[in-house]
Design a protein around this ligand. Structure first.
Ligand code: SOE
Length: 377
């Protein structure tokens, strides 16, 4: 469908969504908040797309993903489908000249993630991955304090991401199936967020890992032969010489989305807990304090992401809205700090493969940098 949008006034971005689940709803709310038109949705079937059209308030339900991607009237595609389908949909969208927001993990292996990074570079379109926890204002406050040197020389980096939605043998999900979710489940699904945040906030890079993983149930309600991990623990060394540890579990009773990072320097410690996103703990030898988000007392980036006054708590959807707004600003030519792109998705794939390898061989594994990968400029 030729789309005549040669108006002089800046036209609103027209966003298309692939997938009809919870994340498509989260993405569409953020797109609407960023001023886009919710132009269309495609899913596994026309009937699923039709139901989702009403739920998302989209203009059109498309008969197929290809119809949506090939529509000239669509500017940006949000890929919100199971992990193993990301590379095909993101590739088709990039080749059709679309900007792309692809859910994490970007791909289920380094080779596919590298291919998408190269395609995005060639297409010269904006291609981002929702590592949205970077967009909590108090995360940016932590990052600013480390970058400014207020925390001193970093000695240790630790973190955990704990959930309980797969606690029981009867709990099941497409992510359990390596064919749909990829060879790693817990780490690829939420360890990816944790490591992205640890590296983003610390400004450091994990270069060696030693990991242990466990799969508690050999079979679940719908999957009889479960190979993907429920939990993983790892220790790591970083480029700047720090020592770190991480724990990722989807079988930790009472923990829902308990992503916690704690980074200690020679002067102070910063600790952020995603389940209490309005605060940041500042640890000191004498006089530790709990900082509560107040835009007037924050670093510029933390203040920029404070869309509500102090005392009106911001949360996950606000962070997601900020991520999509910054993606759309980049489409408009304004690149803002901390935008996670397909390169960050590739970084996550590299870390995931290193964690899986170390878990299997029981040895230390070196983690290459993205720039050291074959074919990545
Ligand atoms: C399930 O573990 C999940 O929805 C992840 O897939 C998301 O990335 C995370 O933000 C919340 O939990």
């Amino acid at each position: 469908m030729e789309n005549d949008r040669t108006t002089t006034a800046p036209s609103r971005l027209r966003a298309g969504f692939v997938g009809a689940g919870f994340m498509a709803e989260v993405h569409s709310r953020a797109a609407r908040a960023a001023g886009a038109e919710i132009a269309g949705i495609a899913s596994s079937s026309p009937s699923s797309a039709a139901r989702a059209k009403d739920r998302l308030g989209a203009e059109q339900a498309y008969a197929s993903v290809q119809d949506l991607i090939q529509d000239d009237g669509i500017d940006v595609i949000h890929v919100c489908t199971p992990n193993a389908t990301h590379v095909a949909f993101a590739e088709a969208a990039l080749k059709a000249g679309k900007h792309v927001v692809c859910e994490k993990p970007l791909a289920t292996n380094v080779q596919d993630a590298t291919h998408l990074v190269e395609l995005a570079a060639t297409a010269r379109t904006v291609a981002t991955v929702p590592f949205v926890y970077r967009f909590h204002p108090m995360v940016r406050e932590a990052q600013a304090r480390i970058a400014s040197g207020q925390t001193g020389r970093i000695s240790t980096i630790q973190g955990s991401y704990l959930q309980d939605w797969l606690l029981s043998r009867n709990d099941d999900n497409w992510r359990v199936d390596a064919g749909l979710g990829g060879p790693s489940r817990a780490f690829a699904d939420i360890g990816s967020h944790l490591c992205d945040l640890l590296e983003f906030v610390s400004g450091d890079r994990i270069i060696r890992v030693g990991a242990l993983s466990r799969t508690l149930f050999s079979g679940r309600a719908k999957h009889k032969d479960v190979q993907t991990e429920d939990l993983v623990a790892a220790v790591f060394a970083t480029e700047n010489g720090t020592v770190g540890s991480l724990l990722v579990s989807q079988v930790a009773p009472g923990r829902k989305n308990r992503l916690m990072i704690e980074i200690s320097g020679s002067e102070s410690t910063v600790q952020f807990d995603q389940e209490s996103p309005e605060t940041l703990w500042l640890g000191k030898r004498a006089g530790s304090q709990l900082l509560v988000r107040d835009p007037g007392a924050l670093s510029p980036e933390a203040a920029r992401l404070s869309v509500l006054p102090a005392g009106h708590p911001q949360g996950y959807q606000d962070a997601f809205n900020a991520f999509v707004a910054d993606t759309y600003a980049a489409i408009d030519g304004e690149l803002r700090a901390g935008l996670p792109t397909f390169r960050d998705g590739l970084r996550s794939a590299v870390l995931t493969e290193s964690i899986v390898e170390s878990s299997k061989c029981g040895e230390w594994v070196d983690v290459p940098g993205v720039n050291q990968l074959e074919g990545v400029q």
